[in-house]
Write a protein that binds this ligand. Structure first.
Ligand SMILES: *Cc1c(COP(=O)(O)O)cnc(C)c1O
Length: 232
C-alpha cells in the first residue's frame, strides 16, 4: 500500500522548499489533498496523518467520503472543498456539505449556492474558476468577464468571495508554467485594486506544477496523485 504518511511529509517538505525559494512563508500555503477516486483506506490514512483539507470533484462520491470521515474515530475532522464542475441541480448538496467551492464559473451557480447555504453553517468560501488559457474544452469564466463576476458574487449574502482558481493546460517548461500562474495573480491583484476587493486566495498548482504555482503566489495547491498515488 502507498504510504500516505511518507508522501504527506515529502509534500510538506517540498512546499517548505518552494516557499523558501520564493521568499514566502509555507504557513500561507494550504495543501489540499484531492481524494477523488481514492480508496476509503487511503482517505482515512490521510486524515490520521493530519491532512486537514480535502478536495473532491464528483458529488456522489464526495458525499460518501464526507460520511466516511464523519463516522471515523478521528478527532480532527477535515474541511471539504468542492473543485469539480457544478450542474445547477447539485448546488444544494454542495452548499450543505462543503466549506469551500473552488469551481464557481457563472453567476447562476453562485446565486443558487448563496440561497441554499444555511445561515448556521456560516458563509461558503468560494473561488471563481477562470479559463486562463481560453480553452474550448475547459470550464471557467473567460478572462474578460472575471471582474464583473467577482463584483456580483461579492454581493451575495451567504458567500465569501476568496479569490481565483485556475487549471492551466499542461506545460512542461518551468518558465511557461510560471507565466500562466503570474497571469492569474496579476488578474486578481488588478481586480482588488480597481474595485477595492480583498480577495486573498489563488487556488493553483497540482502535482506536476506546484513549485511554479507557489513561486507566483499560490495559496492553495491541489494535489492528488503525488499524495495518494494513482487513481483507480
Ligand atoms: C484531479 C484534480 C487535481 C489533482 O490532480 P493531480 O495531478 O492528481 O495532482 C487538482 N485539481 C483539480 C481541479 C482536479 O480535478
Amino acid at each position: 500500500m502507498h504510504r500516505i504518511n511518507d508522501s504527506l511529509s515529502q509534500l510538506k517538505k517540498q512546499i517548505q522548499a518552494s516557499a523558501a525559494r520564493a521568499g514566502r512563508n509555507a504557513k500561507d500555503i494550504t495543501l489540499l489533498g484531492v481524494s477523488k477516486k481514492q480508496s476509503d483506506d487511503k482517505i482515512i490514512a490521510a486524515i490520521e496523518a493530519g491532512l486537514e483539507d480535502f478536495g473532491e470533484n464528483y458529488l456522489q462520491e464526495s458525499l460518501s467520503h464526507i460520511e466516511l470521515a464523519q463516522s471515523s474515530t478521528v478527532v480532527n475532522k477535515p474541511k471539504w472543498h468542492f473543485i469539480g464542475p457544478i450542474q445547477s441541480n447539485k448546488t444544494r448538496a454542495i452548499a450543505e456539505n462543503f466549506a469551500w467551492v473552488h469551481s464557481v464559473d457563472r453567476l447562476k451557480i453562485a446565486q443558487r449556492l448563496s440561497e441554499q447555504r444555511s445561515e448556521a453553517l456560516g458563509k461558503l468560501q468560494v473561488c471563481l474558476q477562470v479559463n486562463i488559457d481560453g480553452e474550448a474544452s475547459k470550464a471557467g469564466a473567460s478572462k474578460n468577464e472575471v471582474a464583473e463576476l467577482c463584483l456580483s458574487i461579492n454581493q451575495l449574502p451567504h458567500l465569501q468571495l476568496r479569490g481565483l482558481m485556475i487549471i492551466p493546460r499542461a506545460r512542461n517548461n518551468y518558465d511557461e508554467q510560471r507565466q500562466v500562474f503570474a497571469q492569474a495573480r496579476e488578474l486578481m491583484q488588478k481586480i482588488n485594486r480597481d474595485h477595492k476587493l480583498t480577495m486573498d486566495t489563488l487556488s493553483m498548482g497540482m502535482s506536476a506544477d506546484m513549485d511554479a504555482a507557489i513561486a507566483e503566489g499560490a495559496t492553495i495547491v491541489r494535489i492528488g496523485s503525488a499524495l495518494f498515488g494513482a487513481r483507480s
